[in-house]
Design a protein around this ligand. Structure first.
Ligand code: E4P
Length: 218
């Protein structure tokens, strides 16, 4: 399985990369806005900075919502760096754009997936990744882990190469449950990844080991 960092914050991306367990980064326009990134040139430079920190896939999202605009945005983004994967929303023109671009070798992450039907169409169109939004569905009391399982099973049954990215992760249980459900990737905020490390018995155990060592060795 792979871990992507769901952030456009360069310090966090560096920190996660230094941990050595990060396989890529996902961004979206909201995450870019959070970092105060503006304008086409600002976005391009920021994506390049991210690509220089991590060695894996970096998802960058189109802004247009019509076929021609999405294809134009996608070609510009994909041309920026070989690590860029273009994020395209799961709407009618988006599916058309995914079909067109994937045939030309552009790698796509189909975003804003909330149902198995959307995931099926995205895979059929040739997307590299699909991103079901775990947290946003959980927010409205939907059994999202069942959805991740459903998508993974459909892809397995029909031998789609598309990888499922559990997205919109809010906490550690979302990560564990999504991975148990067969998601190929979890894209997470840094806090959720670091949360996987935490256990009070680890802290207590370490404290006791060091105290026992000090008793004899000073
Ligand atoms: C990642 O690809 C998604 O854009 C992101 O996980 C959405 O997260 P949010 O629901 O916390 O905004």
């Amino acid at each position: 399985m792979k871990f992507f960092l769901d952030s456009a914050n360069l310090d966090q991306i560096q920190e996660a990369n230094d941990l050595g367990i990060i396989d890529g980064v996902t961004t979206n326009p909201s995450l870019m806005a959070k970092e105060g990134i503006k304008g086409k040139e600002g976005f391009r430079n920021h994506y390049l900075k991210i690509c220089n920190i991590v060695s894996g896939d970096v998802s960058a999202e189109v802004i247009s919502t019509d076929f021609t605009g999405m294809v134009r945005d996608a070609e510009e983004l994909a041309g920026l760096h070989s690590q860029i994967v273009v994020k395209i929303p799961c709407i009618k023109d988006g599916i058309k754009a995914i079909k067109y671009l994937s045939q030309k070798g552009v790698r796509i992450n189909c975003t804003l997936i909330f149902s198995p039907g959307q995931a099926l169409l995205a895979a059929k169109a040739g997307t590299t990744y699909t991103s079901p939004f775990v947290g946003r569905l959980d927010d409205i009391s939907t059994d999202v882990i069942a959805l991740v399982k459903q998508i993974v099973n459909i892809y397995k049954t029909y031998n789609f190469n598309t990888q499922v990215i559990a997205s919109s992760i809010r906490h550690t249980m979302h990560i564990i449950q999504s991975i148990e459900a067969g998601a190929h990737v979890a894209t997470c905020p840094l806090n959720s990844i670091l949360g996987l490390l935490k256990h009070p018995l680890t802290d207590l155990g370490l404290e006791k080991f060091l105290a026992d060592y000090k008793k004899l060795n000073g």
